[in-house]
Design a binder for this molecule. Structure first.
Ligand code: AMP
Ligand code: MG
Length: 417
């Protein structure tokens, strides 16, 4: 099981900067250690558990990069064409024939270089004369159009390191090494609760003053993208003792408990008190908008993150708090999010010392520059603002005002999930 030390952080006073909060969260989480072996087809998105060193060089043998004629470098002429007889033919997958000095071998892309040859003339650069000899132009460099063994990855090179979240191209490397399986960290088990008397589960009857619970499904989908095994724990009512009981019961059964709603300061926000009654609170408020109330606690050694209820706040704090926590728990090497510079096509006022995220769409301006267009409304409850935009403009703590034309950093949703 994942463990979290429960010596409590002093969380009174001002709201905590995002980086500090994330640092505290990451430093207190210990990665799960259990590994499992998965087939390559099931490895995408999983965290590699061991270093993978090249068991063979890539490419494994010297081969031609083009269709053409292979020759030894000693036959190359610097200032005049030469005509040489063609002897033998080698295509991809075939064994290379022996070649006599003063001869060229017809060769195709990917075919092994015949012993003694080390340079290939592209077929577009030569012609065949009336005696069937190939006319080689002068000036080609020795070793041209050849892919030496190991030029991509040398034998023994650690091509994939433990902690890597595997992507399709990483799986390609494993396959190129001839591997059929990979050792990965086991999936993280995350239990997800929604909280609120106003929530009805989709598929059940909705009372007049209720809305269907959307956050739980968003969060579970986001967790799935992070390769987690998700436990759907349903909706908890705004009732302190029932909340505390449910959280306590989930502790120990999951590596992480995630809740949404009930973490503000309102009289009906009971998650924080519930955590304090059955465990301990590590931190609570963060200087992030949308977001702000985010509770981090620990119950019987199981970490808990309580996200706000407003859907956009829930989304943004998932990305900036839960994601790094999931990474830390699953042993993944931290990968900082690097916003890409774009031009703001909006004006915006913000509070000093608070990190703010503005929902925006990208468009290409007439001068070719990428521009971020702000979603016209700001409510943290507007699901449409997430659906109809491409990502988040990140405004750092020191910024107080954005003018149209300013350079800002943009994080696309595709990179955030
Ligand atoms: P809370 O953080 O509990 O005060 O909730 C803030 C707002 O988010 C309220 O308007 C809630 O109705 C809404 N909300 C809370 N939880 C959810 C949820 N699971 N799905 C959709 N909206 C929610
Ligand atoms: Mg609530």
């Amino acid at each position: 099981m994942a463990q979290l030390s429960d010596d409590c952080f002093a969380f009174g006073g001002p709201m905590m900067p995002v980086d500090e909060a994330v640092g505290i969260i990451a430093s207190r989480l210990t990665a799960v250690a259990e590994k499992e072996t998965v087939g390559l087809m099931d490895a995408d998105g999983r965290v590699l558990a061991i270093d993978i060193a090249a068991p063979l060089p890539l490419p494994p043998f010297m081969n031609s990069a083009v269709d053409g004629y292979a020759v030894p470098a000693s036959d190359l002429r610097r200032d005049a064409s030469s005509a040489v007889p063609v002897e033998g033919r080698v295509q991809a997958g075939a064994a290379a024939p022996a070649v006599r000095p003063g001869h060229a071998v017809r060769i195709f892309t990917g075919a092994p270089m015949p012993a003694g040859t080390d340079t290939v003339f592209m077929q577009e650069d030569v012609r065949i004369d009336e005696t069937d000899r190939v006319v080689l132009p002068p000036g080609l460099k020795a070793g041209a159009n050849v892919r030496p063994a190991g030029e991509d990855i040398p034998l023994g090179h650690v091509a994939l390191r433990a902690g890597r979240r595997l992507r399709p191209q990483d799986i390609a490397v494993a396959a190129a090494f001839g591997l059929t399986t990979l050792e990965v960290i086991r999936r993280l088990r995350v239990g997800v609760f929604s909280t609120g008397d106003e929530l009805a589960a989709p598929g059940t009857a909705r009372k007049e003053a209720q809305l269907f619970d959307s956050n739980r499904f968003m969060l579970m989908a986001m967790l799935r993208r992070l390769a987690c095994e998700v436990g759907d724990l349903g909706i908890l009512r705004d009732e302190p003792s029932a909340l505390a009981k449910a959280l306590k019961a989930a502790a120990g059964r999951y590596d992480l408990i995630l809740t949404t709603g009930g973490v503000s300061t309102g009289e009906e926000d009971h998650v924080r008190t519930a955590v304090e009654s059955v465990g301990s609170l590590v931190l609570w408020r963060m200087a992030i908008k949308p977001g702000r109330p985010v509770a981090m606690g620990v119950i019987d050694g199981t970490p808990l993150i309580g996200l706000p209820g407003n859907p956009v706040a829930s989304f943004v704090t998932f990305v900036h708090v839960v994601r790094p926590a999931v990474m830390a728990l699953s042993g993944a090497t931290p990968a900082p999010m690097l916003p890409i510079p774009v031009r703001a096509a909006f004006a915006y006022n913000k509070k000093l010392e608070r990190r703010e995220y503005v929902r925006a769409s990208l468009r290409r301006a007439e001068d070719g520059t990428l521009e971020a267009v702000k979603f016209p409304r700001e409510g943290a409850g507007l699901l449409s603002s997430l659906v109809d935009t491409d990502g988040l403009v990140e405004l750092g703590e020191s910024i107080v005002r954005v003018e149209p034309g300013d350079q800002v950093g943009f994080l696309g949703y595709a990179d955030l999930l």
